[in-house]
Design a protein around this ligand. Structure first.
Ligand code: ADP
Ligand code: ZN
Length: 723
């Protein structure tokens, strides 16, 4: 089995439970698999499919994912096909013929197909040896994603007696689990429940003071990595997307109110790394299987803990370190309380209240967030320090905050409750800057009364007062602070206040995951390999992660394989990818080693280091850009650098993708040609060169098309077509 695992999928060992599950499946037992996102569920039926004779039928509700899965399997040399409503009649017939002739090992079908009478007959004509039900919770009305079509699956058990069924889901609740077993009629199923802990995710919940500033900070930290930002309403998603775009980030909004086509396009762009950030309502994510999402932000308070877990779960499917950050404010809490009070049904309202209390408890927690989540999901969590949440990373201590709180609230009142945290802190610390002086605030009695406290600490205390409801925020972005009714009561009644603050001792950082060795890889080589990956992915019109995942590239940039044998040992390199891709990747590695000497590893960072850039601009890309800026042509640069022209092009693409600007004037075709090309891109979209080239004809070179597209991506265009 290990041999096949390596040959087809490129992996050296199984993830937890995979081997046990596969053994039961091969033993023809019915199985139910409950595993978190990223746990490696697909392999549990894909590997058996290769070992069993006949065909494995996979039912999956997410049409977009089906194609992704099938493409992924084919890239690994596994004959796979799909049948769903996106196929034309002839295409579907072709797939059906191939399935009948045993030319397909794994066939993905959409659940609604099963209701078609002709389809039943077709299935009966196949030699089915295993049935896999993906996203099996969709059959249950208890789940969060009930799909009536899934009721069509009930008949499968009867239609294929003796064929084992494997049902898989990332939903863990007991009610759903029992429902799946009953509805599918699983026979004495072996049930596998893996831990729902996601060790590579770091959970942080912080007060929502200057959320935009914090968000920008987080995005800097994850330079270029994919991010999802969840907001409470459609309008807010658009606002935040705009704010980010204005600051030079590549961001798009996503919500159920947008046109279907636009939503699909946005998803597609996200998957293909053509947009870095999606700002979304919770409508986003169901159909997204992107493995390399590095950051999930809840900009507003989520409604339930389940929702929070699901949404944060979309980060880091590839197992690499990723961040989940929630901004929490008293205002959001009141907002949700208001919405809940509007619910008419008593029972529903009570339920919503309980859910809100649970998420609030998570936010207010002074103990490990992960422990709370795990207990919430019904798992016991023995560890006291998870090393992967804000609380554990920065232990806190209680202190008497009565006096400082009085000072902060007084300062807010004396300055007219019109300013934000920074201004208040300036006044409290006695910073007589221009703004303070202009308003005469340097003459207030509160000016400088907290001189001895450092600014960050003081800001943290102001935030705590917001979190605890003594200060209320107004406005978004950089909100102003006013004393709340609760705050006034605190002052008037001379109440006492205890707060917590980070312990002074430096936090002990721990590795978040024990599964990978702490190794160091060369980030420049990584960038070169990523540029090649992007080039190949663009050529083939597939997402970059289908060529190789980041983990594979990191290993290449660490082990620096120089020949096929060494290359084949990289995780993610199976037989098919070895044949298909090793030559081009080895060429880059060898060129790099020649250029940089044997011990090229200059700029190494730990594979699991969460804070280091994964993407970014390498020296090599800079060199290309420098040469182009000296008015050289693409082929001149290619020749001078001894690399191919397509690589040069992909360097430029990447540079622009990361927000860089290049002067392209000397590479531009004539205005007439340029405007024709622009018009063609406008009509056919910018994602691919091929359709544009097809429409314009051979007279236009790839280079011209690429240069014009680069200009468009930099926001430069000539305007309306000439002539
Ligand atoms: P799920 O469906 O449970 O969310 P996937 O099947 O998509 O998870 O797998 C998650 C990731 O783990 C994928 O990138 C997959 O290639 C990888 N993976 C699966 N099995 C293994 C393994 N045995 N070794 C290393 N990586 C694996
Ligand atoms: Zn913790």
């Amino acid at each position: 089995m290990l041999e096949q695992l390596k040959a087809y999928f490129g992996f050296d060992r199984f993830l937890p439970l995979q081997e046990e599950i596969i053994a039961k499946v091969l033993d023809k037992r019915d199985t139910l698999v409950l595993m978190p996102t990223g746990g490696g569920k697909s392999l549990c039926y894909q590997l058996p499919a290769l070992r069993l004779k006949g065909l494995t039928l996979v039912v999956s509700p997410l049409i977009a994912l089906m194609k992704d899965q099938v493409d992924g399997l084919r890239a690994n040399g596994v004959p796979a096909g799909l049948l769903n409503s996106t196929l034309a009649q002839e295409e579907a017939s072709l797939v059906q013929d191939q399935a009948r002739q045993d030319k397909i090992k794994i066939l993905y079908v959409a659940p609604e197909r099963l209701a078609l009478p002709g389809f039943q007959r077709f299935l009966q004509s196949l030699d089915v040896s295993l049935i896999a039900i993906d996203e099996a919770h969709c059959i249950s009305e208890w789940g969060h994603d009930f799909r009536p079509d899934y009721r069509n699956l009930k008949g499968l058990r009867k239609d294929f007696p003796g064929v084992p069924v494997i049902a898989l889901t990332a939903t863990a609740t007991k009610a759903v689990r029992e429902d799946i077993v009953n509805q599918l009629g699983l026979a004495e199923p072996e049930i596998f429940i893996s831990s729902f802990n996601r060790p590579n995710l770091t959970y942080t919940i912080q007060p929502k003071t200057e959320p935009l500033g914090s968000l920008l900070h987080l995005l800097e930290k994850h330079q270029g990595g994919s991010a999802i930002i969840y907001r409470f309403s459609r309008k807010l998603t658009e606002e935040t997307a705009l704010e980010l775009t204005e600051r030079g980030f590549s961001a798009l909004p996503y919500h159920a109110g947008l046109e279907r086509d636009l939503r699909r396009e946005t998803q597609e762009k996200f998957i293909r790394d053509q947009v870095q950030i999606v700002v979304a309502t919770i409508a986003f994510g169901m159909g997204i299987d992107k493995p390399d999402v590095r950051l999930v932000v809840h900009y507003d308070l989520p409604k339930t803990v389940e929702g929070y877990y699901q949404e944060t779960g979309r980060a880091g499917r590839d197992g690499l370190p990723s961040d989940c950050v929630l901004f929490y404010s008293y205002g959001d809490r009141s907002k949700q309380e208001y919405f809940i009070s509007q619910i008419e049904d008593d029972e529903e309202r009570d339920k919503a209240h309980t859910k809100l209390d649970q998420i609030l408890a998570l936010c207010d927690l002074q103990t490990c967030r992960r422990a709370y989540l795990m207990e919430y999901l019904g798992e016991s969590w023995p560890k006291t320090d998870c090393g992967g949440c804000d609380i554990c990373l920065l232990p806190r201590e209680e202190f008497d905050a009565t006096e400082i709180a009085q000072k902060i609230l007084s300062a807010a009142i004396r300055t007219g409750e019109r300013f934000g945290v920074n201004y208040l802190v300036d006044v409290l610390r006695g910073a007589a800057n221009k703004a303070v002086r202009a308003r005469g605030h340097h003459e207030l009695p509160v000016f400088g009364i907290s001189k001895g406290i450092n600014a960050d600490e003081l800001k943290e205390m102001v935030r705590s007062l917001v979190t605890n409801g003594l200060l209320a925020q107004r406005g978004s972005g950089y909100p102003t602070l006013a004393v709340s009714a609760q705050g006034r009561k605190f002052l008037n009644n001379r109440e006492k206040l205890t707060l917590t603050r980070p312990k002074q001792a430096a936090p002990v950082l721990q590795a978040t995951s024990g599964s990978d060795r702490e190794t160091a890889y060369d980030t420049r080589l990584f960038d070169e390999l990523a540029a090649l990956r992007l080039e190949i992915a663009t050529d083939r019109e597939v997402p970059a992660y289908q060529i190789f995942g980041n983990k594979s590239l990191q290993q290449m940039a660490f082990h620096m394989p120089r020949n096929e044998a060494a290359f084949s040992r990289i995780s993610g390199v199976g037989d098919a990818k070895l044949r298909d891709l090793s030559e081009r990747f080895l060429k880059v590695i060898n060129e790099y080693m020649q250029a940089n000497g044997q011990s090229a590893a200059v700029e190494q960072v730990p594979v699991n280091a969460p804070k280091k850039r994964i993407r970014g601009i390498s020296m090599s890309i800079r060199e290309t850009v420098d040469l182009i800026s000296q008015n050289r042509s693409l082929d001149e640069v290619a020749e001078q650098r001894g690399i191919s022209e397509t690589t040069i092009r992909s360097h430029l693409e990447r540079f622009v993708q990361e927000g860089g600007k290049i002067d392209l004037d000397h590479l531009m075709p004539s205005d007439v040609r340029r405007s024709r090309i622009e018009a063609a891109f406008k009509e056919m979209g910018e994602a691919r060169l091929t359709p544009v080239r097809d429409s314009l004809g051979d007279d236009y070179t790839w280079e011209e098309l690429a240069v014009v597209r680069l200009a468009l991506r930099q926001g430069q265009s000539l305007g309306e077509p000439v002539g």
